[in-house]
Design a protein around this ligand. Structure first.
Ligand SMILES: C[S@@+](CC[C@H](N)C(=O)[O-])C[C@H]1O[C@@H](n2cnc3c(N)ncnc32)[C@H](O)[C@@H]1O
Length: 629
C-alpha cells in the first residue's frame, strides 16, 4: 500500500485497477464483434452500460446500480466499419495505469473486516520473542541512538491465522491476464523446473540402441541407489522418467521460443537489407516469400506464426531473455490474442527485468546456456545466493547486498543459512529451543526413528519424511517436498529510507509461512537486534546480524501484512514469519511492537496513516513506553 493511503482507499484503488484491466481485456473483442457486423443496424440503438448488481438475491430480482452508460451511434459505426481485409486485429482502447506493485487479487473492504486493529496499543501486543537493540551501532548498520534498553520485535500470541471466508461470502476479482502472465514468470522461476540444455541431450542418450528407454530397464537396486524416487518398482521408474521428460519438454519449449524471438530480429534485419533496393512494403513481402520457401509454409501460415513470434520478441525486448524463457504455459495464448499488449505490459516488464534476472540467474545458474543456440552471451549476470543481491537499485539494477551496508560497516558480510546455528560458547551442545526436557538418548533415538512427534497445533504426526508427515500447518517450511524450495521473496531497496526490505514476488495467502526466523541461537547479547525466544527451560536470543535468512530484512509497519508466530517442529521451538494476506509486489512487514520502539528516538518510516511512531517527541518516549508495559 502506498504511504498516506488508507486501507479502504487502497482496496478501492485495487478494485478500480482490476475492473479497468478486465474491461481493457474484454472490450476490444466486443468492439471487434461490432465492427465485424455481429450487431447490425437493425439491432436498434446500441448502448454500452456499466452497473454493479448484487449476486446473492435470495429469489428477489437483483439489485442493480448503474454506474455509467454510453450510447453508440450505430449508423456511424456501420459507416466507419473498415474493410475487413485491412483489420490489424489490435484494438487497445485504454491503458491500465502503470503500477509497480502488482496485485493479483484485490479483496473488497468487507473481506478484510476480520483484521485485528493493529494500531491499538493493547495488552494483546505482549509477545514471546523480541528483537532488541541498544545504543550501539545496529547489526543492520542503520543508525539509531537508542538508550540500550531492550526493544523487542515479537512473535505474536494472537490467535492466528483466521480462516478466509468462503468464496461465496468473499467475492474476489480474478487477476487480469497481465497479472497472470507476470505471476506465471515468477511461478516457473520459483518452481522445481530446471532449465538446462544437458537435460535434452541426457534424454536422447538414455535411449538404448534397441529403442527402449534405459530408465525403465534399470533394476530396483539401481533406481533406489540413485536416491531419485520414493516409490519402488515400475511406479518409481515411471515417476522419474515422467519427471525427466517434463523437464526436457520444458527445456525444448524454451529453446523454441528463444529461436522464434531471435528469428523476428533476423527477419527485420533482412527487410532492412532489402529496402536498399526496393520499397519497404516490397522488401517485407519479399522477405516473407523467402521465409515461406524455407519453412515450406503458405504465407497465411507464416503470417499467423509471425504475429505470435513478434509477441515473444517484444516481451524479450522489454523484460530480457529471462522473462521470455521463464514465461509460463500461457505464453503462446498471451502472444496470440495480445489482449494485454499495452504500454502497461512493457512498462511492467522493464521495471521487473533485473528482478527477474537476479532470481533466474541465481536459482537456475545454467539457464543462460540455452541462449547459446542463437549465439547470445551465456555468462550469468548475477551470481551467488538470490539474497546476495538487492533489487530495485539505481535504474532498477540490482546491487550487491554488502554494498548497501558499506557506509556503516566497511567489512559487512552476510552468510545465508538454511538452519539456525547454536552458539556453542553460549549453550554448549544444548539446544535451548527444545520445548521440554530432552529425553534420554535411547528414547530420543526411538522418537526419531519412529517419527512420533505430534504437532501441538493440529495433533498430527510431524516428520521430515514427506511420506510419513501428516502435519500441514506450514507445508512451505516443514514436512513436505516443497519445504526445500526457496521462498518467492527478494531483498529490495525501499524507496522510503528504511535501507533494505523484503518484497513478495508472488501472493502469500493469509496464514501461509514466508520463512522461519533463522540465525545464531545465542544469549547475553546487548546492543544488537535480536529475537528473544522462550521455552519452559530457557530464554534464548536469535541474532541475524551477520548470518541468517531473508526474514532478517523484514521492516516494521504500523499496519503490517505479516507477523511472527511461535511453532514447534519435532520438539524444537521455531519462530515463523506468517502472512496475513500479501499480494505480489508488496513489501512484507511486521509490527515490531511497542517494546521494540519504546526507547528508540528513531522515527518510523512505515508511512501508514495510523503510524504510531512518527513525529515522536523524544521527551515523551518514557510515557509511550509506560503505556504499553
Ligand atoms: C531487522 S532490520 C530490517 C532490515 C533493515 N531495513 C536493513 O536494511 O537491514 C531492522 C532495522 O530496519 C530499520 N527499520 C525497519 N522498519 C523501519 C521503519 N518502519 N522505520 C524506520 N526504520 C525501520 C531500522 O533501522 C531497524 O533497526
Amino acid at each position: 500500500m502506498s504511504p498516506g493511503i488508507s486501507k479502504d482507499d487502497a482496496d478501492i484503488q485495487a478494485i478500480v485497477r482490476d475492473v479497468t484491466a478486465r474491461i481493457n481485456e474484454q472490450l476490444p473483442s466486443l468492439i471487434r464483434e461490432l465492427f465485424e457486423g455481429r450487431f447490425d443496424g437493425d439491432s436498434g440503438p446500441l448502448q454500452l452500460e456499466c452497473s454493479i448488481a448484487s449476486a446473492n438475491t435470495r429469489g428477489t430480482s437483483p439489485r442493480r446500480i448503474r454506474i455509467a452508460a454510453l450510447g453508440i451511434d450505430n449508423a456511424r459505426l456501420l459507416s466507419s466499419r473498415p474493410d475487413r481485409s485491412q483489420q490489424t486485429g489490435e484494438y487497445a482502447l485504454t491503458q491500465v495505469a502503470a503500477h509497480r506493485n502488482l496485485r493479483l487479487r484485490s479483496l473488497p473492504t468487507s473481506s478484510v473486516s476480520t483484521e485485528v486493529d493493529d494500531t491499538r496499543p493493547s495488552k494483546r501486543r505482549k509477545d514471546t520473542g523480541g528483537l532488541r537493540i541498544s545504543s550501539a551501532a545496529h547489526s543492520d548498520g542503520t543508525n539509531s541512538s537508542g538508550t540500550g534498553v531492550a526493544r523487542r520485535l515479537g512473535s505474536d500470541l494472537r490467535v492466528f491465522p483466521q480462516r478466509k471466508k468462503r468464496a461465496s461470502e468473499n467475492p474476489v476479482l480474478q487477476p487480469s491476464t497481465l497479472e497472470k502472465f507476470i505471476s506465471g514468470i515468477w511461478e516457473s522461476i520459483y518452481s522445481g523446473v530446471k532449465l538446462d540444455p544437458s537435460e535434452v541431450i541426457g534424454q536422447w542418450q538414455a535411449i538404448e540402441s534397441s529403442g527402449a528407454p534405459r530408465l525403465l530397464l534399470t533394476t530396483d537396486q539401481e533406481i533406489a541407489s540413485q536416491d531419485d524416487t520414493a516409490a519402488k518398482g515400475n511406479f518409481g521408474r515411471i515417476n522419474v522418467l515422467a519427471r525427466k521428460i517434463s523437464q526436457t519438454s520444458r527445456t525444448c519449449r524454451s529453446l523454441e521460443v528463444i529461436v522464434q524471438a531471435y528469428w523476428v530480429k533476423c527477419f527485420d534485419e533482412r527487410v532492412l537489407e532489402l529496402t536498399e533496393t526496393m520499397s519497404r512494403e516490397k522488401a517485407k513481402k519479399a522477405t516473407i516469400a523467402e521465409a515461406c520457401v524455407d519453412f515450406r509454409w503458405s504465407e497465411k501460415e507464416l503470417r499467423n506464426k509471425m504475429g505470435v513470434w513478434r509477441g515473444y520478441y517484444e516481451i524479450k525486448a522489454a523484460g530480457g531473455w529471462a522473462a521470455l524463457v521463464f514465461a509460463g504455459m500461457g505464453l503462446y495464448r498471451f502472444c496470440k490474442y495480445r489482449v494485454s499488449f499495452t504500454d502497461d505490459l512493457f512498462q511492467t516488464l522493464r521495471l521487473l527485468r533485473h528482478r527477474i534476472e537476479v532470481a533466474s540467474d541465481t536459482l537456475h545458474p545454467r539457464w543462460r546456456q540455452l541462449l547459446a543456440i542463437v549465439g547470445e552471451p551465456t555468462d550469468p549476470k548475477y551470481v551467488g545466493h538470490p539474497h546476495d543481491w538487492v533489487v530495485n537499485g539505481p535504474q532498477n539494477e540490482a546491487i550487491p547486498l554488502a554494498d548497501t551496508y558499506r557506509q556503516w560497516d566497511e567489512n559487512f558480510s552476510f552468510t545465508h543459512l538454511d538452519e539456525s546455528n547454536i552458539d556453542e560458547d553460549a549453550w554448549g551442545l544444548f539446544d535451548p529451543r527444545l520445548d521440554r526436557p530432552a529425553p534420554p538418548t535411547a528414547v530420543r533415538d526411538l522418537i526419531d526413528s519412529q517419527d512420533i512427534y505430534t504437532c501441538s497445533v493440529c495433533s498430527a504426526v510431524q516428520s521430515d519424511n514427506a511420506r510419513v508427515n501428516e502435519c500441514t500447518c506450514y507445508p512451505a517450511l516443514y514436512g513436505s517436498v516443497r519445504a526445500l524450495a526457496p521462498a518467492p521473496v527478494q531483498i529490495y531497496r525501499t524507496p522510503t529510507g528504511k535501507n533494505n526490505g523484503l518484497i513478495a514476488c508472488l501472493q502469500f495467502e493469509r496464514g501461509s509461512a514466508i520463512g522461519e526466523f533463522i540465525g545464531l541461537i545465542t544469549s547475553g547479547l546487548s546492543g544488537l537486534d535480536v529475537m528473544v525466544g522462550q521455552t519452559q527451560r530457557a530464554t534464548y536470543q536469535i541474532w541475524q546480524g551477520r548470518a541468517g535468512n531473508h526474514t532478517r530484512f523484514v521492516n516494521h509497519s504500523c499496519a503490517p501484512n505479516a507477523q511472527f508466530e511461535r511453532f514447534t517442529w519435532k520438539g524444537v521451538q521455531r519462530v515463523v514469519l506468517v502472512s496475513k494476506g500479501i499480494e505480489a509486489g508488496e513489501e512484507i512487514t511486521v509490527d515490531y511492537t511497542d517494546s521494540y520502539w519504546k526507547n528508540l528516538d528513531k522515527e518510523c518510516l512505515c508511512g501508514q496513516p495510523k503510524c504510531r511512531y512518527r513525529d515522536r517527541n523524544p521527551q515523551q518516549l518514557p510515557e509511550l513506553a509506560s503505556l504499553t508495559e
